[in-house]
Design a protein. Structure first.
Length: 127
C-alpha cells in the first residue's frame, strides 16, 4: 500500500479556490484503478488554515501510472497556483520521504523523483 499525504497552506485568500479544486479532483482520482481512497480535510472553510489531501493506492505501479495522468497534472497545477506551501509525504512499506512540491522545477521532475523513490532508486534533490 502507498499512502500519500499532502499538507497544503493556501495562498492568501485562496482557501476556497484550493478546496474547490481538490474536491473536484477527489472523485476523479478515486475512480482510477488501484486508488483505494482520496480524502480532503481542513479545519475551516475560511482563512488560510492548512488543507490535507490524502490518497491511498494499492501499489507503486498504480500510483506511478497516476503520476503520468492529466488528473495529476491538474492537481499539481492547482497546488502550484493556489498554495503557498505544499509538502507531500509518501509512505511505502516502512519507508517515508517528503517532497516540497513548490521547490520542484517541473511536473516531469516531480513525477520522476516520486517514481524513483517508489522504485527504491536514489532521489535527486532540487538545486
Amino acid at each position: 500500500m502507498i499512502i500519500i499525504k499532502n499538507k497544503l497552506e493556501p495562498n492568501s485568500l485562496k482557501n476556497q479556490e484550493l478546496l474547490q479544486a481538490l474536491r473536484e479532483l477527489q472523485p476523479l482520482i478515486k475512480s482510477k484503478m488501484g486508488c483505494c481512497d482520496v480524502a480532503v480535510s481542513h479545519q475551516s472553510e475560511y482563512g488560510n488554515l492548512p488543507i490535507s489531501f490524502d490518497e491511498k493506492w494499492d501499489d507503486s505501479d498504480f500510483y506511478i501510472s497516476h503520476l503520468k495522468s492529466e488528473h495529476f497534472k491538474i492537481l499539481l497545477g492547482a497546488i502550484r497556483v493556489l498554495a503557498k506551501t505544499s509538502v507531500m509525504t509518501i509512505e511505502k512499506d516502512s519507508q517515508t520521504t517528503k517532497f516540497d512540491l513548490k521547490k520542484r522545477d517541473s511536473f516531469q521532475g516531480i513525477a520522476i523523483s516520486i517514481s524513483d523513490f517508489l522504485k527504491n532508486r536514489p532521489v535527486k534533490e532540487p538545486k
